[in-house]
Design a protein around this ligand. Structure first.
Ligand code: AMP
Length: 282
């Protein structure tokens, strides 16, 4: 596995791979790697000649400075894991190389970022969009892998690739969970044992909502009951729980002829966690 730290070196290496006709898979991450990231890397290694993983905690996607400072960093362990997962190339740029100047451009994804994360983290998706666009331009991947845990992010990346005709296939990978159902996240490292236990209720709530919908309860009632469930969990502070159309992120009536997205964000021990459940139609 080769570790590259500068943009110019990465460009040279990618040019070489392209000249040799190698297919390239890209897995962008912020490090503190875990089994969730592994699922993305595994799929990329399967699909492509060469897998490029990026590790970069992108400052411009954090609207909260404390959240950025608290973000876990475990580079030494990350490199060991990436090598064992079959990564060919890891790109670990520094901020000055990625942002030689502060970008003036803002990306506005319209109504798909007026809800969920976009609503509660102003500027987050413009930051995600800009950094992923940079990675697309540098790595020129055939395929790029994103987790469905961050469902809204997956949607905006697809929008980005479609709008700018970027010749990349966006692949969504299903959410990896611990035995308790908690979505695996780098942020879980900042939780105590007790916190992890409390956080497992996030997935419990999603499952409860799913059961209610399968039992033909209306969307409105399901939302109210699930929010009520979350309210009574001590130590869990829910920011939002919504049920939306996964294509448009519009609110929806329960027809069950369409897929549904159940989406939640909240805080445990001051750590912000999110989860999503995609419900197939009947
Ligand atoms: P992050 O390092 O948290 O920015 O995540 C990098 C990529 O891994 C994103 O596409 C995430 O959606 C994905 N990811 C993070 N956690 C999981 C998980 N538990 N299951 C599947 N994908 C994940």
């Amino acid at each position: 596995m080769q570790k590259i730290e500068s943009v110019s070196e990465l460009l040279t290496r990618i040019n070489g791979l392209k000249l040799n006709g190698k297919s390239i898979g890209l897995v962008p991450t912020m490090g503190a790697l875990h089994e969730g990231h592994k699922a993305l890397v595994d799929q990329s290694v399967k699909d492509n000649d060469v897998t490029v993983v990026t590790i970069f905690v992108n400052p411009i996607q954090f609207n909260n400075r404390e959240d950025l400072l608290k973000y876990p960093k475990t580079l030494v362990e990350d490199l060991v894991l990436l090598k064992s997962w079959g990564t060919a190339l890891v790109f670990v740029p520094d901020e000055a190389d990625m942002y030689p100047k502060k970008p003036l451009i803002k990306l506005d994804f319209g109504k798909i970022t007026e809800v969920l994360e976009g609503k509660f983290r102003p500027g987050h998706f413009t930051g995600v969009g800009i950094v992923v666009m940079k990675f697309f331009n540098l790595v020129k991947p055939d395929k790029a892998y994103f987790g469905l845990k961050d469902f809204q992010q997956y949607l905006i990346i697809k929008e980005l690739a479609d709008t700018f005709l970027i010749p990349v296939k966006i692949v969504g990978i299903s959410t990896q969970r611990t035995a308790s159902g908690l979505a695996i996240s780098s942020r879980n490292r900042n939780l105590s044992e007790k916190g992890l236990q409390i956080a497992s209720n996030i997935f419990k709530g999603l499952n409860m909502a799913k059961e209610l919908i399968l039992d033909k309860m209306s969307i409105d009632h399901t939302i109210q009951s699930t929010r009520q469930f979350y309210r009574q969990v001590e130590g869990l502070e829910i920011e939002y729980f919504e049920i939306l159309d996964p294509d448009t992120l519009d609110t929806t009536e329960n027809t069950r002829s369409q897929p549904l997205l159940l989406s939640v964000a909240g805080y445990v021990e001051n750590i912000r966690l999110i989860d999503n459940l995609y419900l197939q139609p009947d």
